[in-house]
Design a protein around this ligand. Structure first.
Ligand code: SAH
Length: 255
């Protein structure tokens, strides 16, 4: 049997958002390295770099030294084609809830084409709805329902272990189904959608309510291909131009 391809693990990124305790960052790095994962991304960590992080990382200090620090989750996910939020609680923002083995298969399949991510939340508050809205699916560790909240680094260990076992079990993978849009392309589409809906007076920028979150959930359910994002943005531009045309005609008529 051909051995599993190390490039796939190299494309799987572990993203820790707003981590409070630097010790958890170090312990997460150790959990990752023991399972062959190396890409650690920290979004707005409270304290980093830090000696407690170094101590808990033990022999995985190289992962901390190479860790990328980002100001926002959108920045951390800009080049990814799949981001899965890891959360104990089921939220109404992300439609699809996966088990760790299911998530591992999805991540490794997509990792053939480019970077993918597992996103972990803050120790106290978990992942916010806004953070989850940047993810295309949710992974839950089926823990004791009476006490289901694992330590952050323990949760990183469980997911890293599952990814590795799935990786070891497969010498080859089917190609990803489509040329998926990246996080950045999807965020640009949402920004365009919001502007266009405001121009069309469908969305009131003063009180947008939950419309954008609901639309994000709708599109997250389908997963968008690059070409589909281009078509949708083309439709938005056409609608904006048509609206400008009517306004223009109205203004002209009033002159
Ligand atoms: N009180 C928080 C728990 C945070 S634990 C909450 O209710 O969301 C820190 C992080 O570890 C979580 O954001 C999540 O990424 C991960 N985690 C802990 N337990 C988990 C579980 N049972 N399933 C999936 N992720 C879990």
């Amino acid at each position: 049997m051909t051995p599993a391809d190390p490039k796939l693990l190299a494309n799987i990124r572990i993203v820790l958002t707003r981590t409070s305790h630097p010790g958890n960052i170090g312990a997460a790095a150790r959990a990752m390295k023991t399972m062959g994962l190396g890409q650690l991304v920290l979004v707005d960590p409270a304290i980093f770099p830090n000696s407690q992080a170094d101590a808990m990382a033990s022999g995985a200090a190289d992962l901390l030294a190479q860790a990328r620090v980002c100001a926002s989750l959108a920045e951390a996910l800009a080049d990814t084609t799949l981001a899965l939020g890891v959360s104990a609680r089921r939220r109404d923002i992300v439609a699809e809830v996966l088990t760790p083995p299911e998530a591992s298969i999805r991540l490794l399949t997509e990792a053939q084409a480019g970077p993918v991510a597992l996103v972990f939340g803050n120790e106290t508050s978990g992942l916010s709805n806004e953070e989850l809205s940047l993810c295309q699916g949710l992974v839950t560790i089926a823990a004791n329902p009476e006490y289901s909240s694992l330590n952050l680094a323990a949760a990183v260990q469980v997911l890293s272990y599952e990814v590795r076992q799935t990786w070891l079990d497969h010498a080859s993978w089917p190609q990803p189904e489509m040329d998926a849009a990246t996080g950045e392309e999807i965020e640009k589409f949402y920004a365009h959608l919001e502007t266009a809906l405001a121009e069309l007076e469908f969305l009131n920028p003063g009180s947008p309510g939950k419309l954008m979150l609901k639309l994000r959930r709708l599109f997250a359910r389908t997963r968008l291909a690059k070409e589909e994002v281009n078509i949708l943005r083309g439709i938005l531009t056409a609608a904006q131009e048509a609206k400008q045309g009517t306004n223009g005609a109205r203004n002209h008529g009033a002159e």
